[in-house]
Design a protein around this ligand. Sequence first.
Ligand SMILES: [Zn+2]
Length: 264
Amino acid sequence: MQITNHLYLVGSEQFGISHLLDCNCYLIDGGDSLVLVDTGTGLGTDDILENIGRAGFDAKQLTHILLTHAHLGHWGGAPRLRHETGAEVWAPADGRYWMEHLEEDITIEQNFKFGRYPSNLQPQPCPPDHTFSDGDQIQLGKLQLQAIGVKGHTKDSTVFVGEMDGRRFMLTGDVVFYAGSLGITNAPGSSLEDYRNEMPKLANQGVDILLPGHSVFILRNGQKHIDRALRKLADFVLPDTFFEGNEFMWEKDYLSSLQDEPSD
Ligand SMILES: [Zn+2]
């Protein structure tokens, strides 16, 4: 699915273009680089490869796999995609441990325990080829992105800011979503205090295009959605949280009801 001249959505649960457990996976045509941002769980890799083809590229052209954070739903497809395309995996330095020690990740354990992950999902470790930290400029061919570490959803969560066709875009992973809802969860590493301390880094970024890791993307006035989150965080009432209203997407019964639907 083409979003702008050089930007495509090639994986997504809600848009129905890859597996039901996949996050939004964006493809950026940087001219001399082809960058996939997040990969989904790995269950939708065939669809993602097909969608890269539909966007007019050969999957072998993929040069970089850039990851927003080390939740499996965002990087589980990286080992196979790296193997099949030769692309380098770039990940937040603080997420490296979790990409190498899956057996210690309580979110993976719980997703299996609560039946969200099917038993045929067999996640593999994925030591990244390169890591980055808060404030780094990431140069992927001619495409330049600024990495901004924003703790709150996880300790390694990173957003990427860049410019394309004269418009500022921000890839936010699970940090901030439509209408400024936040990725607070009841998992170790998620913290409202971290959000309060770190979200102000996203003030005055002049963002036009906001590209979250789930649900809708926003093509103009993206900064207003971030500003709403900042206003809420400055108050004493709880901010809106994305996963509170959307956790049904990953519930076993909901997933199986979708899978059982008769096709026309
Ligand atoms: Zn996440």
